[in-house]
Design a protein around this ligand. Structure first.
Ligand code: MRU
Length: 359
């Protein structure tokens, strides 16, 4: 997708420098900076500090993290320890473990002459595949938006939470991919962008990328969506996910569950867009999903531009107050209208997911 009219992916391997390049998302929307990842530690740090974030992009970065480990030292013990450290860098998005496991499977039994090339090709394949899957998610989700537009014959209002846009994947995004496809087809679209406290991925990233693609959008406080639904100003919700269980339960950015409840109460379709790499086939009970608890400072402090356009971080809570920063919640399958995947749209249920992916 585009930034200042130039096409980018969120992560790539630069042949000239032999380094991995990322867009540093902690600086967006105020500064656009490309950063080098030179070592596996850099990749781990980029995931932990959320220079890269979003389930599919975390997976892609972890895959390149394994490449960087191999480049540093192709001793198998070092690569294995590095892969374990990568998996521990963030707990909730299943794409992380999925990508590292896929890399390690590919590299097992490969001799030291070939291993770097093998690793690099596999990381590239993981990223290319994600891009293709996200594009297909868009084409599949487009049909739902087209249906709404056919009936309504007016601008389709879509509500989304967090950033499940191209910045969260390699390209296209998951929740935003149908939006980009609909826009390309000339369907009038307007997006309600949940601010998404505490890190404001909606305001900082989703609104930013929609602006760059010239798609009409309005940022709303996280608690506004329900009221807009009651007023008939939301036609459909589309969100992403960090881990969807084979039962159809959907783990995503904190606050997603409340949007699904409001959508249910107002009879508004609530769709979740995901590539199959986000499905967890093992855990059956949503209470077993590891939910990340992040630094309370993300709540108590806020960063933005001061009057001189300098980035500044300030405290907004009483100094003595405690804060709890749970990063994700789970929306039970019964509140999900459907899952938009690279293979098509299915019900959020074990039967339907099995039929679509495990024939
Ligand atoms: O904490 P983040 O910014 O990594 O959380 C991102 C989300 O919750 C996204 O909705 C999810 O990863 C899906 S991305 C296509």
């Amino acid at each position: 997708m585009r930034i200042d009219g130039k096409e980018y992916r969120t992560i790539w391997f630069d042949n000239k420098s032999q380094l991995v390049k990322i867009i540093d998302q902690t600086k967006l929307p105020h500064q656009f900076k490309i950063k080098d990842l030179k070592t596996v530690k850099d990749a781990i740090n980029a995931i932990k500090t959320m220079e890269v974030r979003g389930a599919p992009l975390i997976g892609g970065t972890a895959a390149y993290g394994v490449v960087l480990a191999v480049k540093e030292n192709n001793n198998l013990d070092f690569i294995k320890k590095s892969s374990e450290d990568l998996i521990k860098s963030r707990p909730t998005a299943i794409n992380l473990k999925w990508a590292v496991d896929r890399m390690m499977k590919k590299l097992s039994g490969i001799n030291s002459d070939e291993i770097l090339n093998m690793a690099l090709n596999e990381a590239k394949d993981i990223c290319n595949e994600d891009e293709k899957f996200c594009e297909n998610i868009g084409l599949n989700g487009l049909k739902i938006i087209e249906e709404i537009y056919k009936k309504k014959k007016d601008t389709v209002n879509i509500l989304t939470h967090c950033n499940a846009g191209w910045l969260a994947t390699i390209n296209w995004g998951t929740a935003t991919s149908p939006i980009y496809q609909a826009h390309k087809k000339g369907i009038p679209i307007h997006v309600w962008v949940d601010e998404t406290r505490p890190r404001n991925q909606g305001a900082n990233l989703t609104s930013y990328e929609l602006n760059e693609e010239e798609i009409s959008n309005t940022i709303i406080a996280d608690n506004t969506g329900g009221f807009l639904m009651q007023r008939g100003e939301v036609d459909i919700c589309i969100v992403g996910t960090d881990r969807t269980l084979s039962t159809g339960d959907v783990c995503n950015k904190i606050g997603t569950y409340l949007k699904a409840l409001a959508a249910h109460d107002n009879n508004i379709p609530f769709y979740v867009a995901l590539p199959s790499s986000t499905i967890d086939w093992d855990i059956k009970n949503f209470k077993d999903i590891p939910i990340e608890e992040r630094n309370p400072e993300e709540l108590s402090h806020i960063e933005g531009l001061d009057e001189n356009d300098n980035l500044k971080k300030i405290l907004i809570y009483p100094k003595k107050s405690k804060a709890l920063n749970l990063a994700f919640d789970v929306t039970p399958a019964k509140f999900v209208t459907g899952l938009i995947t690279e293979k098509g749209i299915c019900e959020a249920s074990m039967d339907e997911l099995q039929k679509m992916f495990r024939k």
